[in-house]
Design a protein around this ligand. Structure first.
Ligand code: ADP
Length: 213
């Protein structure tokens, strides 16, 4: 590789080379798992460490509700009931977000795709952007219920939790199979402490980067 000029950037040569590689192989990730798997927290940490945006559809929808936007008014009751909002709506929100320039070197999706049509739409969005890698966190059902019960979000009451878990196994688990068939999934044990799960995620992604770079 030719000598890269790093004067004035404050970056080491190694860092610049790494950034060049990342530009060629964007870190497009989906963090996958049931409600309470810890994927939101892990996605936050991972995104911060790697300087890429975290895109959480749940956060986007809750923000819309809090701000009383047109979308917020449409989805408020759906969120409260623990049901999924319509594919067309969520797909267009994500498509718009993935057009932002900060996503071009990679991103972490949290909470999307949650249905097969959403996964197919994501494929289309990323057709010329390197596709995605899925990190799936597997957690025992009783641990999920324990975690959600202590979290205290508005849609975390016992009845709504039950509904969200049912929706997860009916609508969302098939998405994992969709990605497994193309060998795009790493399954990790999400029952372990947060810090251990973070290390396992870094190892899984690093291994992948090493192979493709
Ligand atoms: P959790 O990880 O606890 O399931 P999220 O914050 O990801 O919660 O999502 C909260 C709610 O937002 C969901 O129960 C659903 O109503 C809605 N939602 C989020 N993402 C999607 C999506 N991709 N498709 C449809 N609905 C979604």
């Amino acid at each position: 590789m030719e000598n890269l000029s790093v004067a004035g950037t404050g970056l080491s040569n190694a860092r610049v080379v790494r950034q060049t590689l990342l530009t060629e192989v964007p870190l497009n990730l989906v963090f996958f798992g049931p409600p309470g798997a810890g994927k939101g927290t892990q996605a936050d940490r991972f995104a911060e460490r790697h300087g890429i945006p975290k895109i959480s559809t749940g956060d986007m929808l809750r923000k819309a509700v809090a701000e009383g936007t047109r979308v917020g008014v449409l989805v408020r009751e759906t969120l409260q009931a623990g049901a999924l909002v319509g594919d067309d709506l969520i797909i267009s929100l994500v498509a718009e977000r993935l057009e932002e320039p900060d996503t071009m070197n990679g991103f972490v999706l949290d909470g999307f795709p949650r249905t097969i049509p959403q996964a197919a739409a994501l494929d289309a969005m990323l057709a010329d952007r390197g596709g995605v890698r899925v990190i799936a966190l597997v957690v025992h059902a009783d641990e999920v219920i324990r975690r959600l019960a202590t979290r205290g979000r508005e849609d975390d009451d016992a009845y709504v939790i039950k509904e969200r878990l049912a929706v997860y196994s009916r609508e969302t688990e098939p998405v994992l199979e969709f990605y497994r068939r193309r060998n795009a999934v790493t399954i990790l044990d999400g029952n372990r402490p947060m810090a251990e799960v973070s290390v396992a995620i870094e190892a899984a992604v690093g291994e992948r980067e090493g192979r493709t770079a």
